[in-house]
Design a binder for this molecule. Structure first.
Ligand code: SAM
Length: 175
């Protein structure tokens, strides 16, 4: 079973492609194993993320279309825990020690979330108590969860790798 998977709720095919793609890219870059887009199928978001995985490496998966409750129930059945990121939840810094090392389904929302999620989640966790963004909340949550070590993660089998430089861009292309 994957260790940390993001469940993206509230995706609207006509309006949210960019934001949902960024949720997926942040999930991948910050150490999650995959993203599931709930309820609606969006092949174009899936394709964009898979293209990044192919070019830049790693094992990240993306899927879309399964009803959110089925995803949550399946996850629970396998023994995983469900964390919902929301401005109304308990502070991330108070909760994070209990979550480390567990298999976590991290739910992030869009404009409006079904009220049921607040009850179904094992933990409702806030990243500050101001409204901001699913992308920012996810990045900070994962960074806290992994103690920042995710930024040093090696993404294997990619076609490209950046050689960090003081100025300019250096990219190693693997053949
Ligand atoms: N009223 C929403 C809420 O419950 O957090 C804000 C909606 S915001 C446009 C979309 C998503 O961003 C939320 O569903 C939540 O996952 C995430 N989010 C926004 N602010 C957050 C915060 N302070 N802490 C944790 N998650 C947050």
């Amino acid at each position: 079973m994957a260790k940390v998977v993001v469940l993206r709720m509230g995706h609207r095919i006509n309006r949210d492609k960019r934001v949902t793609t960024h949720v997926g890219l942040v999930a991948r870059a910050f150490g999650a194993d995959g993203m599931i887009i709930a309820n609606v199928s969006d092949a174009s978001v899936e394709t964009s993320i898979r293209k990044v995985v192919k070019n830049w490496g790693g094992e990240f998966f993306v899927e879309s279309g399964r009803p959110w409750k089925t995803v949550v129930e399946d996850w629970r059945r396998k023994g995983g825990m469900v964390v919902h990121l929301t401005m109304y939840g308990l502070p991330v810094d108070e909760m994070i020690d209990r979550l480390r090392g567990r298999e976590i389904l991290v739910i992030v929302g869009g404009e409006k979330m079904p009220g049921e999620i607040f009850k179904i989640a094992d933990f409702n966790v806030s990243v500050g108590n101001q409204p901001h963004s699913e992308i920012a909340a996810l990045a900070i949550f994962l960074d806290r969860l992994f103690y920042g070590s995710e930024l040093k993660k090696e993404f294997k089998n990619g076609k490209m790798r950046i050689i960090p430089t003081e100025k300019g861009k250096k990219v190693e292309i693997r053949t």
